[in-house]
Write a protein that binds this ligand. Structure first.
Ligand code: NDP
Length: 256
């Protein structure tokens, strides 16, 4: 039996077990099983991984930084992002990857854009800023903006509006409330000239609803969830996968 899991807190709501298990089944990996692991103390992530003899794991909020610090080796863009969302046991060593940012880019690959504005300055914004090197960052408050040394950064108070084609909401505004990620007037001015409004939250938010009024093409975070998952699945199995097929299977779970 090969065991896979998702580490998070909370984790009961996670659709990941169904997303991965349906794909294992499709590829006749009948001895592969993906579960959920509620982990309260991120510092224990590697101990638990080893104790349960896990072959691969997804890591979600709030443990990505602990995973980054504790793995035997960090590979790829995770080194820059300094956060790991995927752990794989390879020849006795635990390797850490980050598939969030690449998953996001894959989810908007059909979009045609030049100027990008990222709203928010938390972990997700940081990951995306490595894929969108020229993006400007707009955040509610100053403190987190210090992490974006290579970007032009603004708070709501000093924001100089210019034309952005793609506006990305990485904040948690709208996740469990009716908040917009920035004042309505700012968003309305941005939407007048933008083409796309993309959210990392999986359901429709006030941000997306407002963007719809301005006829922007909108996207929620479910495709990002799917594509970061496809990239993880590829690392969990050691053969070439049909990415489109895996994405469609994962989508069927998310939509059900
Ligand atoms: P963080 O806690 O690291 O950052 C939160 C950010 O949101 C901060 O910039 C904060 O601003 C801002 N913020 C919070 N509330 C508000 C508000 N009411 N108005 C304006 N700004 C606000 O969060 P993460 O980056 O870890 O996660 C952000 C979102 O991304 C979550 O909703 C999460 O579910 C989603 N996510 C989706 C993924 C997917 O696959 N689709 C993958 C990963 C995350 P300030 O600095 O002022 O506090």
């Amino acid at each position: 039996m090969k065991l896979f899991t998702i580490f998070g807190n909370p984790v009961t709501h996670s659709k990941s077990p169904r997303m991965y298990n349906i794909c294992f089944k499709k590829y006749n990996l009948n001895d592969y099983c993906y579960t959920r692991t509620l982990l309260e103390d991120g510092e224990k992530i590697i101990d638990v991984f080893k104790k349960l003899k896990i072959s691969g794991a997804s890591v979600t909020v709030p443990h990505k930084e602990w995973a980054y610090r504790l793995v035997d080796e960090v590979r790829g863009i995770a080194k820059e992002i300094k956060a790991v969302n995927c752990l794989v046991m390879e020849n006795g060593k635990i390797i850490g990857y980050n598939t969030d940012a690449e998953g996001f880019v894959e989810s908007i690959k059909e979009f045609n854009y030049e100027n990008v504005l990222i709203i928010g300055a938390g972990g997700t914004a940081k990951a995306l800023s490595f894929m969108f090197k020229n993006a400007d960052i707009l955040n509610r408050s100053e403190k987190r903006l210090r992490d974006f040394k290579n970007h032009k950064t603004f708070t709501w108070g000093n924001f100089e509006i210019k034309n952005y084609d793609l506006i990305i909401n990485t904040t948690s505004a709208g996740l469990n409330d009716d908040n917009l990620p920035a004042p309505k007037e700012i968003l309305e001015n941005l939407f007048k000239n933008a083409k796309y409004a993309v959210d990392v939250i999986y359901h429709e938010t006030p941000f997306q609803k407002l963007a719809k009024k301005y006829n922007l093409k909108i996207k929620d975070g479910s495709d990002m969830l799917v594509y970061q998952g496809v990239l993880q699945f590829e690392k969990f199995v050691d053969f070439e996968i049909n990415k489109k097929e895996v994405a469609n299977l994962m989508k069927s779970v998310i939509l059900s």
